[in-house]
Every structure is written in structure tokens, then in C-alpha cells.
Design a protein around this ligand. Structure first.
Ligand code: F6P
Length: 542
């Protein structure tokens, strides 16, 4: 076990934080701003072009110090070093955790089992770039000599959400005359609807699966090959199917020549894999140069996380605030609210990264935890979300810490739109913090006060949020954002004393589905509770 185990609730600081919670809640956020006009500067951090304003949170210097003490007592720095050094910190799967190595240019050696992994990483990146160049220039053509116009990434979870989110996030950088599509769901509609628009002569399939065993991906890949073979011949498959995987044997068994395979390694977790060859579809969609700029941005944040002192460390501060609200204020969920249409899939991507990593109820000694771990992460793009779930953020009974995100530079000419977008984003953070008292409602309603209606117009406020401000959403800043949240998740997992890099919780359902599948056709009898049995029988009787 490369990570030490320490129950955070047994630390000296935990009790102090519990006591401190009683004190901090005596004063509202609004009062804190009124008393300290410098608050927005005191509680802000900048890394490159990203500003984090965390002043609209329930905290003082003392809070921050206590949270930092907690991180220290939980050996955050030592464990952070263990991750970057390639120690076997994914103990339950017996692996290192080295997605950070995938974007490392500034170091010359990172070893796993005594072997420097950087040369193979750079070699694979060069292989991806060369392939992408051949597709873009048309030196690699489809089987009838036509240029590839469409790429279909077939993958699920980490082999889908990351590439899809980044491809959509970098829309202004899309290569002209090439469209990337993403098929993940085993629901046949996903594949059928996508293929309906495509021509097999000009379509390239990227089968993306770390294990090459995932039932959704393998079934979709087989159906895609069948569709292709309705027009092409077996020996044309090589021109239209490539694989991204750690499992060369199964790739070959599927019928893809391993020279058409891009590899990565078992020390890259699925949900942390977009900077590996899993990013091939991104590279095809935006070009090698922009993919490398994405990696560069990720490395900027990696170095910041690795080297900045904890009190000036952006991912650490975000992580500690999450713990502050989850473990001391009882917040069960967090909302991520990018005011950027291109980042509409960012919450869904981070949902997997965060909830698959830290949704654990057993600590590093295998003992059930007595405290809350991973928060439920959700969200959506602004301003659309304002017209759906913001009512609950403002007037619901739950405290939901929010991360707001916007860029100062728009990616279009419609400055008026951008001003309205940003005004809304900033206004929401203010409204959540300030609220609106009954007296203010009366003032605003002037003579027309209807006493029976006034209480419904009150906003209690005092609701916390962070604001992330980018100069511009581009490959580099997007890379920084992704790594920022990756390291937030790591930090929280360390403090919660859990293993963040396994995902055994997804297994049971898969095992049971495998058993139920032959029962649906009556091949084998089942033995289930009455509800499950009845559902199977009703389906069979359809
Ligand atoms: O849902 C579980 C999971 O293992 C994820 O962690 C992973 O991202 C996804 O399935 C896909 O796995 P693979 O890339 O091996 O097909």
C-alpha cells in the first residue's frame, strides 16, 4: 500500500473544524463582504490565464488554516509525490496512477517498475500525429480512394465522455471537412441514428476501449463492422477500423491489425485517459497541434499542483472547500455551471471522473467510513440552467455549493450576447450570496405590498460559490481546467482516506446483466426475487 491510511475524523483538526463550523455560521457572507472590502483579493488565486475567486465562501483565514492543517495531517503532500513518482497508489488494482506522465514534457524520466515510461508515451503521440496527418492530407484514403470525412468514436465511460467533451469544447478548432461522431450507448438507436447519416466509403471507426471487453463497445464495434461489410470487403476493414486499447491480444482477435492500434497503459485510469491515445478522436477532430496544446495546458496545471504550496494551490483549495461543505455543512451535492455552450458536456464528464473515483464507502483499510465521501456532482451550461434548476439553487432547502465558469473573450463576433451571458453568470453568484430580505422585497414592491405574497419573494442568500474566469476557452485553458478538477478529485480522495482509482461499484450490475441476458430469450431459467422475475417474464411475453 503506497498510500498511508488515516481516518480524517481521527485528526486533531477534524474536531477543531467541527467547532469552527459553529462559529463561522454566526455571520453571513454578505456581512463578511461588508466588513472587508478586500475579501475578493484575499481569497483568489491565479494560475496562468485562470482566475479562481473563492471569496463567496463561508471562510476566514482561520477556516483556511484549519483545512490546510487537515490536508497536512492526512499526508497530502507525501501522497501527491507518490502519485507523480509512479508509486503503486492504485493499491486495489495493483497499479501506479500516471495520467500526469502522458502530458509530461518538462521531465526526462518517470519510472514504472524500473522502466522510464516517457519515451513510449512520446513515441505513441508521434504515431498518433503521423496517422492524423495522413487522414487530414488524404495520404490515407478509404477503400474506394475517397477522403475520410467522418470519424466514429465507439467507446463508453472514460473512452467516450472525455473525447466527446473536448471535441465539443474545441468547436472553433474543428478541422474543416471532417466530422467526429461519438457512439457509446448499447441502445441500438445510438449507432443506427449515427450511421444513417454516414457513407462507409468515407467513414473511419475508432474503437476505443482500455480493456477491449466492454460489452457496449464490443457490440457496437461488431455491428459497425457488419454495416461496413455490407459495402466493403473483409480486406478493406484495415482502412476503416483502428483501435485504441491496452489489450493488443483482444484487438487482434477482433480482427484489427495491431499496426492499426494505438496503445496506452494500465496505469492510465479510463476516466483519466483523454490525454492518452484515447484522445485520438480529439486529435483527428482538431489536429495534432491543438491536441498538444491541450496537453501543454494540462501540464501547466500538473506542475502547479505538484509544486505550489498548499495554501496557493488551486486544486487543493477547491478540494478543501468541497470537504468543508460536504463534511461540515452537510452538503450532499455540488453543481458545476459553465457559462459556455461549448462546455455543455463538462459536467457529465466530471460526473464520471468525480463520482466513479470518490463514490466509495470503505476506507483504505477496507473498513466502512463513518463520514460522507464523494459529493453528487451535477450541473449544466448557463444560461440554460437558469431556466430549469436554478430555482432550487436559490430557494430550495438544500445548500448546493456551485462552481461558475466563464471566459472574458467570446469565440464569436456577437459581443452583445457575450455581455449578457457574463452579466448573468456574475449576477447569479451575487444573488446566491446576497439573497433578498423581506425588507428589500417591501422596498421593491413599494406601495403595492401584498403581505401574503412577500415571503415567497424572499431569497435567504448566504449560499456559497466559486467563480472560475478564463481569458479564453482554447485547447490550453481547457487542458488546465481538466487537470484542475482531476487534482481536486485526487486531493479529496486522499483526505477521505479512500482509493480513488478503482471502480468495483460498476461491476455487480454488469455481472447480473450477463446472467439475465440469456433468460430474456428463455435459453436458461432464472432464479430471482419476485419483482426481477416478473419484469423478465413481462418482457419475454411482449
Ligand atoms: O464503467 C466502468 C468502466 O470501467 C469505466 O471506468 C471506463 O471508463 C468504462 O467502463 C469503459 O471501459 P473500457 O475503456 O475498458 O471499455
Amino acid at each position: 500500500m503506497a498510500l498511508t491510511s488515516k481516518d480524517p475524523t481521527s485528526t486533531k483538526t477534524w474536531q477543531k473544524l467541527l467547532d469552527h463550523y459553529q462559529v463561522i455560521t454566526q455571520k453571513t457572507l454578505l456581512k463578511r463582504f461588508q466588513e472587508d472590502p478586500e475579501r475578493c483579493h484575499r481569497y483568489a488565486l491565479e494560475v496562468d490565464d485562470i482566475l479562481l475567486d473563492f471569496s463567496k465562501n463561508h471562510l476566514t483565514d482561520e477556516t483556511l488554516q484549519l483545512l490546510l492543517d487537515l490536508a497536512e495531517e492526512c499526508n497530502l503532500e507525501e501522497n501527491r509525490q507518490a502519485m507523480f513518482a509512479g508509486k503503486e497508489i492504485n493499491h486495489t488494482e495493483g497499479r501506479a496512477v500516471l495520467h500526469t506522465a502522458l502530458r509530461t514534457q518538462q521531465k526526462s524520466e518517470i519510472t514504472v517498475d524500473g522502466k522510464n515510461v516517457l519515451p513510449s508515451i512520446h513515441q505513441e503521440l508521434d504515431k498518433m500525429s503521423a496517422f492524423v496527418e495522413q487522414i487530414h492530407t488524404g495520404s490515407k484514403l478509404g477503400y474506394t480512394g475517397k477522403k475520410i470525412t467522418d470519424v466514429v468514436n465507439i467507446g463508453i465511460g472514460g473512452s467516450d465522455l472525455g473525447p466527446m467533451m473536448v471535441y465539443e469544447g474545441l468547436r472553433p478548432y474543428h478541422i474543416a471537412d471532417l466530422q467526429v461522431h461519438f457512439v457509446s450507448n448499447i441502445d441500438g438507436s445510438h449507432l443506427v441514428d449515427t450511421l444513417a447519416r454516414l457513407d462507409p466509403e468515407t467513414t473511419l471507426f475508432v474503437i476505443a476501449s482500455k480493456t477491449f471487453t466492454t460489452i457496449e463497445t464490443m457490440t457496437n464495434a461488431r455491428s459497425a463492422r457488419k454495416w461496413f461489410l455490407e459495402s466493403g470487403q473483409k480486406n478493406d476493414v484495415a482502412k476503416h477500423f483502428v483501435a485504441v486499447s491496452t489489450n493488443g491480444k483482444l484487438v487482434a482477435e477482433f480482427g484489427i491489425d495491431t499496426s492499426n492500434m494505438f496503445q496506452f497503459w494500465d496505469w492510465v485510469g479510463g476516466r483519466y485517459s483523454l490525454s492518452s491515445a484515447i484522445g485520438l478522436s480529439i486529435m483527428l477532430g482538431v489536429g495534432s497541434q491543438h491536441f498538444r496544446a491541450l496537453l501543454e495546458g494540462m501540464e501547466v496545471m500538473d506542475r502547479h499542483f505538484e509544486e505550489a504550496p498548499l495554501e496557493k494551490n488551486m486544486p487543493v483549495i477547491l478540494a478543501l472547500l468541497g470537504i468543508w461543505y460536504g463534511n461540515f455543512f452537510g452538503a450532499q451535492t455540488e453543481a458545476l455551471l459553465p457559462y459556455d455552450q461549448h462546455l455543455q458536456h463538462f459536467p457529465a464528464y466530471l460526473q464520471q471522473a468525480s463520482m466513479e473515483s470518490n463514490g466509495k464507502c470503505v476506507d483504505r483499510d477496507g473498513v466502512p467510513v463513518s463520514y460522507q465521501t464523494g459529493a453528487i456532482l451535477w450541473g449544466g451550461a448557463g444560461t440554460n440552467s437558469q431556466h430549469s434548476f436554478f430555482q432550487l439553487l436559490h430557494q430550495g432547502t438544500e445548500i448546493i455549493p456551485c462552481d461558475f465558469l466563464f471566459s472574458t473573450e467570446p469565440l464569436h463576433e456577437l459581443q452583445e450576447h457575450h455581455d449578457i451571458l457574463v452579466a448573468n453568470c456574475i449576477a447569479q453568484t451575487e444573488a446566491l450570496m446576497k439573497g433578498r430580505s423581506l425588507a428589500e422585497v417591501h422596498n421593491e414592491m413599494e406601495d403595492q405590498v401584498d403581505e401574503t405574497i412577500a415571503p415567497f419573494k424572499v431569497f435567504e442568500g448566504n449560499r456559497p460559490s466559486n467563480t472560475l474566469m478564463l481569458r479564453k476557452l482554447d485547447p490550453r485553458s481547457l487542458g488546465m481546467l481538466i487537470a484542475l478538477y482531476e487534482h481536486k478529485i485526487f486531493t479529496q480522495g486522499i483526505i477521505w482516506n479512500i482509493y480513488s482509482f478503482d471502480q468495483f461499484g460498476v461491476e455487480l450490475g454488469k455481472v447480473l446483466a450477463k446472467k439475465i441476458l440469456p433468460e430474456l430469450s428463455g435459453e436458461v431459467p432464472g432464479n430471482h426475487d419476485s419483482s426481477t422475475a416478473n419484469l423478465i417474464n413481462r418482457y419475454r411475453a411482449k
